[in-house]
Design a protein around this ligand. Sequence first.
Ligand SMILES: [Zn+2]
Length: 267
Amino acid sequence: MKKTVLFLTAGLGFMAACTRVPITGRSQLNLIPESQMQSMALQEYQSFLTENKAVSPAASKDAEMVKRVGSRIAGAVTRYMNDHNAGKEISTYKWEFNLVNNKEVNAWCMPGGKVVVYTGLLPVTQNETALACVMGHEIAHAIARHGNERMSQGLIAQGIQVAGSVALNRNPQAQNIFLQSFGVGGNVGLMAFSRQNELEADHLGVIFMAMAGYNPQEAIPFWQRMANTGGGQKPPELLSTHPSDARRVQQLQQLMPEAMKYYTPAK
Ligand SMILES: [Zn+2]
């Protein structure tokens, strides 16, 4: 009897940590409370912005474009989540979209909706629709909680106790895994996400951009441009753990009919 109770309790704890990714429906194990993910993210985001100055949207058409694209995608994602009874998953999001002066070809979105695009990415995106493709992809990582999943795997691998109220904020090992999972700070692109997570972010990303009124077909030439940057030397940080170009383009082609169903051109 005792055993059964224990088993049930453990089972409930496990189930509480199991979540489903929107759109793909894949189940995942997330051990870290979302509030804790967001507070760690906020801390990292703020310190990043003290070292990397954001470009003012009032002074730059590019920074204005980053804000416009981000707001449109966030609006579409919020509507989608609300329509699918998942609005509470992102109810604590406080979206921010920044362009920072940095020559790296990079962009990211943290849990809680803090999005950063590096100026080095813009020569590759070349147009607003391709920018929507990258931002949709990055926002998809956050919505699909890939960071939590990645960190949970890291914590398990390192045997860090997560049960109860562990002060992850003050745990240097956990902080390290967090930084690696998100690829910011000194560890840009070091670990980032798994290939499976990347393909999933592509999937959600093309749907998000389509819902926001951007033609998802631009994703294919954009990722091809991305693959050709760096002149065959060091790949851009954004691609460090990405699936092979052929695999990625093949999946995008398969997804196009689904993505196009969500697409209505913006007026
Ligand atoms: Zn990615």
